[in-house]
Design a protein around this ligand. Structure first.
Ligand SMILES: Cc1ncc(COP(=O)(O)O)c(C=O)c1O
Length: 410
């Protein structure tokens, strides 16, 4: 297995040579990642040479439209989806909101039930729970209160009566971080006649998903956490997308990627999103010689990123797991989780994050809108949790500095 060349990686991120940002070792990646250079450069070109109504019959408009199409085409191909199956919205929260409006109409009067979890970030929870107001039964698939684990076996009885039409769950939670077996859960839901909506926001930064292999109907993530601009990206299978009532202008209903994005698109940000594909391709070209299609390049880069992160975060998990004055949330084993590491402390977490900030460590504290899972695990919400999250560009030296700073502060 090839190793990620971290010097090469870090050269692709302007943040690492920014005097402002490079002052700290960055561990707030789960909040928002650094954008890669290609994503920083593309909007400048767009605003300078393309920022007119795109797709019109004059050069700047045509080039702007082509760059927006390029983003959708290349990113979808990289994730094993068709171009029409990828849509851009303002954020994942906005995308789930619109999707829930479509589901509300889809299930109206059908004596249907849906399943939500208490492991999700609120963005993939509240919008679904509100469907109870429409007479849709909402069933909660609950985590283990000790470990935060979401057991697929516990989903089975919730699906047993055949009334469940939709299951919403996370690829991994932004505080528990354990990677859920999406393919297995999606297959279980499908066999029971239910569609699946997966919040991939906390997973995608650690390797872009292979949509076809995951087997879910909808996969959502936020590009500002995957080295891109502030956009919500939604992959929706063509079949489910056609089944749900469109939420955009009626005359656009024939275009899958416009059906669930009623807001006017943010042209420049969408065009900039192609920079994420530039980055993945640059990583592939630097590490591999064999020609490969976009999906294969995406998978290869996914595996490189994951391997790097698993190795880099293990010492932090070992260190935190060995302390008896804190509670490590989620699995101790790096392979089982994303490198998003939350801990409940014997004191309020926010002042600890401040003290770490004074020692050159950038991280934060609070509930991270994961109120339901933290409450379900009995975390004192006044204290909140301290969260330290790495990305593939995080170095072993940065993790060592973090451990040293924790040792001083705790
Ligand atoms: C797991 C998870 N899901 C959803 C969201 C919401 O994403 P957005 O900010 O794009 O609405 C977040 C944001 O932090 C998140 O961490």
């Amino acid at each position: 297995m090839r190793q990620l060349d971290l010097d090469f990686v870090r050269r692709q991120f302007p943040a690492f040579s920014s005097p402002v940002l490079s002052s700290h070792a960055f561990f707030e990646n789960a909040g928002g990642s650094y954008p890669c250079g290609a994503v920083v450069e593309r909007p400048h070109r767009f605003y300078t040479d393309r920022k007119v109504q795109p797709y019109g019959p004059y050069p700047g408009a045509a080039a702007g439209g082509a760059e927006m199409d390029e983003a959708r085409t290349r990113l979808s191909a990289m994730m094993g989806a068709a171009a029409a199956e990828l849509s851009f919205g303002p954020s994942t929260s906005a995308n789930t909101y619109v999707l829930a409006q479509a589901v509300r109409l889809w299930l109206r009067g059908k004596n249907a039930a849906i399943v939500v979890t208490n492991q999700d970030h609120e963005a993939n929870s509240g919008v679904w729970r509100r469907l109870a107001d429409e007479g849709i039964e909402v069933r909660e698939w609950r985590i283990d209160p000790e470990s935060g684990h979401l057991d697929p076996a516990a989903l089975r009885p919730l699906l047993a009566d055949g009334r469940v039409r939709l299951v919403a769950f996370p690829h991994c939670s932004n505080v528990v971080a354990e990677i859920n077996p999406v393919n297995e859960i999606a297959a279980m839901a499908r066999a029971a006649g239910a569609r699946t909506v997966v919040d991939g926001v906390s997973y995608a930064p650690h390797g872009f998903p292979d949509f076809a292999a995951l087997g879910c109907d909808v996969y959502l993530f936020s590009a500002y956490k995957t080295f891109g601009p502030h956009q919500g990206i939604m992959l929706i299978g063509a079949e489910f997308g056609a089944e749900l009532p469109a939420q955009g202008h009626y005359f656009n209903a024939g275009s899958l990627y416009k059906r669930f994005t009623p807001a006017g698109p943010d042209h420049a940000q969408i065009a900039a999103s192609a920079g994420m594909a530039d980055y993945v391709d640059a990583l592939y070209a630097h590490h591999f010689t064999a020609p490969a299609d976009a999906a294969a390049r995406g998978r290869a880069v996914h595996d490189l990123m994951r391997a790097q992160e698993v190795a880099v975060i293990a010492p932090l998990l070992d260190y935190l797991g060995s302390r008896n004055d804190l509670r490590l949330i989620g699995p101790r084993r790096a392979e089982a989780r994303a490198p998003t590491v939350a801990v409940a402390l014997d004191r309020a977490a926010e002042p600890v994050s401040k003290a770490l900030g004074q020692r050159g460590i950038a991280c934060w504290a609070g509930d991270f809108y994961a109120v339901r899972p933290l409450q379900a695990m009995g975390v004192d919400m006044d204290r909140g949790v301290l969260r330290m999250s790495a990305a593939h560009y995080t170095t072993a030296d940065e993790v060592a500095r973090l451990i040293e700073a924790l040792q001083e502060v705790l």
